[in-house]
Each structure stands twice: as structure tokens, then as C-alpha cells.
Write a protein that binds this ligand. Structure first.
Ligand code: SF4
Ligand code: SF4
Length: 151
């Protein structure tokens, strides 16, 4: 193959253009992160799975009174079970079991909006992973208690 002066110039120009992009990127701020060693802060508007929120009057408990409105309003039938009990000395019911099937949840937010006690919100959990469907059946009461211990 013979290299003509014009093809040589074209090749050199192409190489210089490529190197220009590389050198420019080299001096720009790093935009990638070394996940999972480095985890970026998630935007507050991110919608992870639904979670129970703390009762502002008693932050060690969640605000759910197990009325079941969210369960009845969920268009995907993703809220499988909400159970609660009335404890002695308490005016309201306390939720004991809240099962969310995250495999069918569309994160539409209807449950969050329809909750009368503002007991629901979206978690910032972006890396839910599992090997079977059951891994995404969450008991939100247990999840709340676990979160409380960590914080
Ligand atoms: S976010 Fe929507 S689909 Fe998911 S549990 Fe709530 S109401 Fe159901
Ligand atoms: S999360 Fe809200 S709407 Fe759902 S059962 Fe609890 S109090 Fe009722």
C-alpha cells in the first residue's frame, strides 16, 4: 500500500483531532465514580421503593395508623398487606405488618399522596438487587426498624 502525501496529511490531521479530544478530557474534572467504593449523593426527588416515615411527634415510631387507604388506592395491587393493632394507652392504631411487592410497583406515588398521616415516602435506595422475586417483597415495618438502628 502506498502512502500518498494527501492521505498522510489526512491521517495526521485525524490523529491530531483524536489526541485533542483525549488531552482536553484529561484536564477536565472527573465525572465517573468508582462504584461501589464511592457512592454519589442521590437527588432528593429520586423515587426508590416506598418506605414508612417517622411520626414527627415520636420519631422512634412510624406514622402509619394501618388504615389501609394506600392498599385500597394502589392501582397495581402492590401493597399486599397492612395490619395493625391498638395498644394500651395509645389513641391510634400501630402498624405491625406492611408488605410491599416491589416487583409490580410503578412508583406512581398514589399511596404517598393518599396517605392521611404522611406516613409514606420514597426511599433513596437505587441499587435494589436480588436473585428471586421474593427478595423484593418488603416488610416496611421491619425496614423502618432496621433504618432506625443504622441512623
Ligand atoms: S407507588 Fe403506586 S404502584 Fe407503588 S405501591 Fe404506591 S400506589 Fe402502588
Ligand atoms: S401508610 Fe398511610 S394510608 Fe397506608 S395504611 Fe398507613 S396510614 Fe393508612
Amino acid at each position: 500500500m502506498t502512502v500518498t502525501p494527501s492521505s498522510f496529511i489526512k491521517g495526521a490531521a485525524s490523529l491530531a483531532a483524536g489526541m485533542g479530544v483525549t488531552i482536553k478530557s484529561f484536564f477536565q474534572p472527573v465525572v465517573t465514580s468508582q462504584y461501589p467504593h464511592e457512592v454519589l449523593t442521590i437527588t432528593p426527588r429520586f423515587r426508590g421503593h416506598v418506605m414508612l416515615l417517622a411520626n414527627p411527634e415520636n420519631p422512634s415510631t412510624n406514622a402509619c395508623i394501618s388504615c389501609g387507604i394506600c392498599l385500597r388506592n394502589c392501582p397495581s395491587g402492590s401493597i399486599k398487606l397492612v395490619e395493625g393493632e391498638k395498644r394500651e394507652g395509645e389513641k391510634r392504631k400501630t402498624v405491625t405488618t406492611y408488605i410491599l411487592d416491589f416487583t409490580t410497583c410503578s412508583q406512581c406515588g398514589i399511596c404517598v399522596e393518599s396517605c392521611t398521616t404522611n406516613a409514606l415516602g420514597f426511599s433513596g435506595d437505587f441499587n435494589c438487587a436480588g436473585f428471586k422475586r421474593e427478595d423484593f417483597l418488603f416488610d416496611l415495618v421491619k425496614e423502618f426498624e432496621k433504618r432506625k438502628k443504622v441512623s
